[in-house]
Write a protein that binds this ligand. Structure first.
Ligand SMILES: Cc1cc2nc3c(=O)[nH]c(=O)nc-3n(C[C@H](O)[C@H](O)[C@H](O)COP(=O)(O)O)c2cc1C
Length: 372
């Protein structure tokens, strides 16, 4: 393997001018362990800078408002302090010639009253995901959330817009809407989590409505071609999500409609677990959606160097996002390029505070001086 491999080819389309097709997938690392949930140049800035040889970095989910939070020590993008903190991060990545998008996150019902002064988390419908929330007192059972009023939905759309404006202020190259993995927007898509009878529930179009309102609102404060979004159509049995026979048709509708926009990219995940026994699940996401979507398609989940090159060569995606390999291989691109074996990640330090398991994974390749 050498520089000829498809993963290492530059990618130029729309606003994306990427030096290679390797993307760092968004990963919560829970290091914003301060009262303001603010990232810093010293921690998050250094971490993302170490990984700046990726064609594109997508940050961990950053909550768009106080209401949007569901995990301890995750950073926000709704206060002035947080914007300043992120600016330190983007400066470091840009100095190292990297590109960085921020993931805009609202967890909806995947939260706990501990985060809301004892009040309930909000969701499309009052249905408990029967999952766990990671609070300051450890893992706690989720509760039955409060059904959002239409007014609350409208103000949440505005929160996404404000968070995108904040991201531009912090000098991000773009934003990724987190409409995936069982969080708020995804909760609207599935009939099992959305049983509303108003304009946001019932039909496929109604269940997808909030997503398009979010995109339209964000477009008012930043260029459309710098907006990406993430979907995980076959998520089932984790993060409180349950598929039904309307789930895949809902994603088909959303993805076809996204062709009306000129987005930076559509980021899709292959199934997180084995769904081959579910009659209504799609087991091959890139293959199904490549022909339906005209723009840049990024694919994720369980890829390695070989399968990443294969999916690109087959024309089933344009970019590949790597998650866990990026936890433990800051020089993932150079390792692909120079044929250096990968370092294993340690799950025990995925979410622990501080530098351990965060800034101390080794670089084992020759790198550009800006990355040192
Ligand atoms: C520690 C960790 C944190 C994650 N946090 C997020 C997140 O904040 N937002 C998100 O969309 N996905 C998140 N994910 C999912 C990853 O982006 C990715 O989809 C998943 O790890 C599968 O890709 P991989 O097989 O390359 O690791 C997280 C995954 C891990 C391992």
């Amino acid at each position: 393997m050498n520089k000829e491999q498809t993963l290492l080819q530059p990618y130029n389309k729309g606003s994306l001018n990427l030096k290679n097709r390797v993307v760092m997938a968004p990963m919560t690392r829970s290091r914003a362990a301060n009262a303001e949930n603010k990232p810093t140049g010293e921690l998050q800035g250094e971490y993302y800078k170490q990984r700046a040889s990726a064609g594109l970095i997508i940050t961990e989910g950053a909550q768009i408002s106080k209401q949007a939070v569901g995990y301890i020590n995750t950073p926000g993008i709704h206060s002035e302090e947080q914007i300043q903190g992120w600016k330190e991060v983007t400066d470091k990545v840009h100095e190292a010639d990297g590109k960085i998008y921020i993931q805009l996150w609202h967890v909806g019902r995947m939260s706990h009253p501990d985060f809301h002064n004892g009040n309930l988390p909000v969701a499309p419908s009052a249905i408990n995901p029967n999952s766990k929330s990671f609070t300051s007192e450890g893992l706690k059972d989720t509760v039955t959330p409060k059904e959002m009023s239409v007014e609350e939905i409208k103000s949440t759309v505005q929160d996404f817009k404000q968070a995108a404006a904040n991201a531009m202020k912090a000098d991000f190259d773009g934003v990724e809407i987190h409409s995936s993995n069982g969080y708020l927007l995804h909760q609207f898509f599935n009939g099992t989590s959305n049983q509303r009878t108003d304009e946001y529930g019932g039909s496929i179009e109604n269940r997808a409505k909030i997503l398009f309102e979010v995109i339209d609102a964000i477009k008012e404060v930043m260029p459309e071609e710098k907006i990406g979004l993430r979907l995980n159509p076959s998520l089932h049995g984790i993060f409180g999500m349950t598929m039904d026979e309307e789930t895949i048709p809902t994603f088909d509708y959303i993805i076809k409609k996204l062709n009306d926009y000129n987005l930076a990219y559509l980021h899709l995940s292959e199934p997180f677990n084995d769904v081959s026994d579910l009659p209504f699940a799609e087991t091959e996401i890139a293959k199904r959606y490549r022909p339906m979507y005209n723009g840049t398609l990024m694919i994720n989940t369980n890829f390695d160097q070989e399968s990443g090159n294969t999916v690109l060569k087959a024309g089933n995606a344009d970019l590949v996002a790597f998650g866990k390999p990026y936890v433990s291989n800051p020089d993932l691109v150079e390792r692909f390029e120079q044929g250096v074996e990968l370092t294993e990640w340690d799950e025990k330090t995925f979410y622990t505070p501080g530098k351990e398991g965060y800034l101390d994974y080794p670089v084992k390749t020759e790198r550009e001086p800006a990355l040192k």
